[in-house]
Design a binder for this molecule. Structure first.
Ligand SMILES: [Zn+2]
Length: 149
């Protein structure tokens, strides 16, 4: 029997403990628990559903560039289907995995990103995408001033 930490419901505003439990579950299931803990922040931004930010640092002049100070940001402005929140967390975890391991990809969502996306979609019956379509109502919630014009 498997323990489901992230049961599906129709829509939700994610919380940090919720995102944390999804992260832990997916880390074990899809990344062999290789991802170190990452600070999670809730975001009210209008420009993304999720985002992994980090700094690139060179410890000495000709040394290798290291990515560090990772932060996972998940948007809580919108009431989203839970599956979309989960797929957003997974999408960002792929970015985290690639940046953490300093892997080279052909673009932001290049060949390597898509390989992991396909693997997780197939293994986990997920629907991670590189672009998410929002409904008119969700866009209106993001941009109320446009809707009222
Ligand atoms: Zn992305």
């Amino acid at each position: 029997m498997s323990i489901v930490l992230c049961p599906l419901s129709f829509s939700m505003f994610p919380t940090i403990p919720y995102i944390q439990s999804c992260f832990d579950e997916y880390n074990a299931r899809f990344f062999a628990s290789s991802l170190p803990p990452i600070p999670i922040k809730l975001s009210n931004a209008r420009t993304f559903l999720g985002k992994v930010t980090f700094t690139r640092r060179r410890s000495w002049l000709f040394g290798p560039v290291r990515n560090e100070n990772f932060v996972l940001r998940i948007n809580t402005r919108l009431d989203l289907p839970e599956e979309l929140v989960q797929d957003t967390i997974l999408h960002e975890m792929i970015h985290y995995y690639i940046a953490l391991n300093h892997l080279r990809d052909t673009s932001t969502h290049g060949r390597l990103f898509r390989q992991h996306m396909k693997r997780i979609n197939d293994e986990g019956n997920r629907h991670i995408s590189i672009s998410y379509r929002l409904s008119k109502e969700q866009i209106a919630a993001l941009y109320p001033e446009r809707a009222s014009n």
